[in-house]
Design a binder for this molecule. Structure first.
Ligand code: CP3
Length: 338
């Protein structure tokens, strides 16, 4: 029996919007922090299927979300491509050597790193109830490339954007390699039990319009087409964070089934420019959930009303912050579900 989240992604409208939150498994939950401390680190959690399953299920148990997102990271793809990956406490990810220091050919691919992640999907699928949708995901090629090139998060994705101008053929080859591995990885997640997938293009917003066509729309279209070919019934959610006015082109040209909206977009505007009937996901500001207060339920209602008459999955505009109080998440759920 498909749950309300999967039905919404397939175009049905529900009186009560299904809800899940980006980064719903993670540091704002005391039970996550406890298990992470016990396992020693983030990657140790990801590659331990039993622990990763527990972390995936924790927010479902606590809040009853309509979707369970696989506990993993977009940077597992570069790791499987053979790039070194470490998560330093409080510092964010480090990839080495960077693609400014080395070539892709220097890496020895290690696709067996995907196996424990697939196992997490299998284990989670049997632990959650049938009406909770199992969500798989991957990073989009541009966003993943920005990390592979700089070796870390960068303020304006400058190193990758410079490479796009200086040596577009090289960036094209990097994106093609990421596309190939990402398609394999997503198909593996689906075969293990993922019922819908999300493509995170967290740094789509830093590109100029022509660049957006080439590095955001085209690669997401290729991945979506490949998934449609092998798994036509699995909805693909595209999340082009920061797309702004380029959102309608993204929605029309990538072939994704649904679009995730970040908090910078006016939901009424998005509703007016997106194709009729296309499911949307979003887009409450995660910082409003962290702040809490009377504005939270007011804004939740505004988002819900803007998407009345369209399939809508309630979510945040970006990941939930690590300092968000649990009670504010409860307040949010009450506002969505009544
Ligand atoms: O949403 C979920 O609950 C599922 C798991 C998930 C994580 N990362 C776990 C994680 C997902 C879907 C992601 C996606 C991800 N990872 C993105 C795209 C979405 C976005 O937030 O823009 C990006 C850009 C990354 C790369 C990444 N991973 C960074 C930059 C960092 C460090 C910054 C940070 O938030 O800590 C991570 C680490 C990370 N990924 C954590 C978690 C729970 C924190 C690790 C810890 O416990 O310290």
């Amino acid at each position: 029996m498909p749950g309300p989240l999967l039905e919404t992604l397939n175009g049905q409208i529900h009186d009560i919007a299904p809800v899940w939150l980006m980064r719903q498994a993670g540091r704002y939950l005391p039970e996550y922090r406890e298990l992470r401390a016990e396992k020693g680190g983030f990657l140790e959690l990801v590659y331990d299927s039993e622990a990763a399953t527990e972390v995936t299920v924790q927010p479902i148990r606590r809040f009853g979300f309509d979707g369970a997102i696989l506990f993993s990271d977009i940077l597992i793809v570069p790791h499987a491509m053979g790039q070194g990956l470490a998560f330093m406490a409080g510092e964010g990810p480090k990839l080495s050597p960077t693609l400014l220091e080395a070539k892709l050919d220097d890496f020895t691919s290690a696709h067996e790193r995907f196996d424990p992640v697939y196992e997490t999907v299998r284990r989670t699928r049997v632990q959650i109830s049938d009406d909770v949708t199992m969500l798989g995901f991957a990073g989009s090629p541009w966003t993943v490339a920005t990390y592979m090139i700089a070796g870390e998060g960068s303020k304006d994705q400058g190193p990758a954007r410079l490479l796009a101008y200086r040596d577009p053929a090289r960036l094209e080859a990097i994106c093609e390699a990421i596309i190939t591995v990402t398609i394999e990885y997503l198909r593996g997640q689906i075969d293990a039990g993922a019922e819908a997938i999300q493509l995170f293009d967290s740094w789509a917003g830093s590109l100029a319009p022509d660049e957006f066509e080439r590095w955001v729309i085209a690669p997401n279209a290729k991945i979506t087409a490949a998934i449609k070919q092998s798994h036509p019934d699995v909805p693909v959610i595209g999340f082009p964070k920061g797309a702004g006015a380029k959102l309608p082109a993204y929605a029309r040209e990538t072939g994704v089934d649904a679009v995730g909206l970040d908090e910078s977009l006016d939901p009424a505007w998005a509703n007016s420019v997106l194709p009729e009937g296309m499911p949307v996901q979003g887009n409450l500001d995660p910082l409003l959930v962290e702040a809490g207060g009377p504005a939270l339920p007011v804004r939740v209602k505004e988002v819900l009303e803007a998407f009345e008459g369209r399939p809508h999955v309630f979510n945040l505009g970006h990941g939930i912050g690590q300092f968000t109080p649990i009670e504010h998440v409860e307040q949010l759920l009450k506002a969505v579900r009544g």
